[in-house]
Design a protein around this ligand. Sequence first.
Ligand code: NDP
Ligand code: OXD
Length: 307
Amino acid sequence: MKILFQSADADAQESMDMLAAHLPQARFQLWPQGKDEAHDVAVCWKPPADFFRGRQFKAIFNMGAGVDALLLDPELPAETPIYRLEDAGMAAQMEEYASWAALTYLRNFNVYARQQKQAQWNQLEPRARESFPVGVMGLGLLGQRVARYLSGLGFTVRGWNRSERRIEGVQCYAGEAALGEFLAGTQMLVCLLPLTPATRGVLNRQLLSQLPKGAALVSIGRGLHLVQEDLIALLDAGHLAGATLDVLPQEPLPPDNPLWHHPLVTVTPHISAQTLLSESMRQIGGKIAAFARGEPVSGLIDRSKGY
Ligand code: NDP
Ligand code: OXD
């Protein structure tokens, strides 16, 4: 088995060595080495424009959960199966991030941080967790974990998904017809959808204005879910009380983007769930080994759905 490994990260060699330790029989080349040779398998993350040009693989393994960038590559071979990372230590980080945001908005810690800047001593009314409904959009591997975790913390949790889900302790809604009811009862909306043609721009004025006044947005799926001007307009109008954005329409977020300095916005640099190298390479190694044995491999992308 010959594997072409590509990553723009500084630790590309280290990652490849970790993967190689799980696949001792395989031969590896680190892109752009072996650029003109044939390989059985590609392991990549946001590859450059010429990575797929004129080449075929038996399978492509994406070093991330989201495949939106890969699927937009015009040179991507049409029929090759693509496998993605599944959780690989990201769900636990998403639980932490979403619970940090939920506790922040529930307890008004964001408001107190603003008050401190103005030396204001002003106590706000306390709220109970169960009276602060959190809604999770996208109940996949990560969304389900977040929903269960917040429910375990005592929040009232609801979830919305394309197909129906049953999750203990979570009130689940499915499909467009149920979206309005889901949003109307959500005080903090967590977006964990994949980015697809159907979800691009989904966090727009029309959708966000269906949240109750004073609700907050936590965007941790992909930046292009958000229509930035619509969010800012709803924050400025007092309809939304805050937004916590880990993924941004442009990454890195340019220094002159108004989101950096908006008083009701918290920005983090795409860290809600970071790739854990050791766990990720172990998982990809297992998937490649199963693929080589002709066994079914989980995490196969359905290109017609875009995730
Ligand atoms: P999954 O593929 O497991 O889950 C996606 C879920 O979204 C599925 O339940 C799917 O429903 C649902 N869904 C898809 N399209 C729609 C739609 N149009 N309307 C309603 N529901 C829809 O993905 P993961 O949970 O593993 O990851 C989710 C996303 O999180 C990734 O695609 C990635 O973009 C993002 N991510 C962000 C990270 C960060 O650091 N910020 C880190 C890792 C991932 P169904 O099952 O019915 O098809
Ligand atoms: C991913 C990510 O999709 O890190 O894995 O955003």
